[in-house]
Design a protein around this ligand. Structure first.
Ligand code: GDP
Length: 313
């Protein structure tokens, strides 16, 4: 049995932790967005992969919402003294991840092989698979023009309104053989509660990915999504404002509609129960449940409910 989860670095990564807690070892493959990746100080930084890695190896800093708990900041401060830009904060332990990964890639490893090797050293029982090995980078258009994603997300703290989103390099990208194999062997696919535009959006935009998921569905594999919008708002990050500024509805219903014919089930929070009939009208099964993942117990509870819902097709 393989459960495939699609994830960004916050909601999707938390649900991945819940899934890992309730599934037998080896049964979870998490396909992560790589369009947020960025080069800093000569190193490849992969925010969504790394948030998922730190969730799955138990080191994630839940209080700060990113990076490793108990971090120190010596290297970034020292880099500042050399005149390097330091607005993209990287902790000392986090730096080790980026150095080890970039070293492997510069010795010839693919991105996938490099991160799988790091995951193996952490002993996690799941596979975290980059959506592609090609270089894809999200860019957003604001009223001041196109910006690289991390310039908008971290440097400008998501202040500008997003008018348009593009995934530079996506046409030349393809799902990796590891992603193809995981989806080919999946018994269920869970689209995590991640930003539908800039976390799940790039994964689904990799040429061939939508077809792989469609083929899985045609084989009878359930594809279910969990809403990242609860009570009309994003619990973290700009997903709600982004949906609105792109002319979409910031609601569970709006997210559900965006997944079009891809799904057969949608999970929404109890506070959004009144939207259930509209989502059912799209032709999908629904599960209304508490989707707030505040600790391991609630992550595991939601993961179990989602798996039961997927399997009840
Ligand atoms: P990013 O890569 O850091 O932007 O994170 P993601 O795209 O993975 O996740 C952002 C989304 O996660 C936001 O829309 C949040 O509302 C959602 N989210 C965060 N925590 C939870 C949670 O506990 N439950 C649900 N349903 N959504 C959550």
């Amino acid at each position: 049995m393989t459960i495939v989860a699609l994830a960004g670095g916050t909601g999707g990564a938390k649900l991945a932790r819940g899934l890992q807690l309730v599934l037998p070892a080896g049964d979870l493959a998490v396909v992560v967005n790589t369009a947020d990746d960025v080069e800093r100080h000569g190193l490849l930084v992969m925010p969504d992969h790394d948030a998922t890695l730190y969730q799955l190896d138990g080191r994630f800093d839940a209080e700060r919402g990113w990076g490793i708990a108990g971090e120190t900041w010596t290297v970034i401060e020292e880099l500042g003294t050399y005149g390097e830009e330091t607005w993209f904060r990287l902790g000392d332990r986090d730096f080790a991840t980026h150095i080890a990964r970039t070293a492997r890639i510069s010795r010839g490893a693919s991105v996938t092989d490099a991160v799988l090797a790091l995951q193996a050293t952490r002993g996690i029982p799941s596979a975290i698979l980059p959506m592609t090995d090609a270089r894809v980078r999200t860019q957003v258009r604001t009223d001041d023009g196109w910006l690289d994603f991390q310039e908008y997300f971290v440097h400008l703290r998501q202040a500008p309104e997003v008018r348009e989103v593009r995934f530079d390099g996506i046409q030349a990208a393809a799902p990796t053989p590891r992603v193809e194999a995981a989806i080919g062997a999946a018994t269920a696919v869970v689209i995590g509660p991640s930003n539908p535009i800039v976390s799940i959006g790039p994964i689904l935009a990799v040429p061939g990915m939508w077809d792989l998921l469609g083929e899985a569905r045609a084989r009878g594999v359930p594809v279910v999504a969990v809403s990242p919008i609860v009570g009309g708002v994003a619990l973290k990050g700009p997903a709600d404002r982004m949906l609105a500024s792109l002319g979409l509805e910031s609601s569970a219903r709006g997210v559900a509609a965006g997944y079009r014919e891809l799904l057969d089930g949608f999970v929404l929070d109890e506070v959004d129960r009144d939207q259930e009939p509209d989502i059912r009208a799209l032709g999908w099964r629904t599960l209304v449940t508490d989707t707030m993942m505040t600790d391991d117990a609630s992550r595991a509870r939601l993961a179990k409910a989602v798996l039961e819902f997927a399997g009840s097709r």
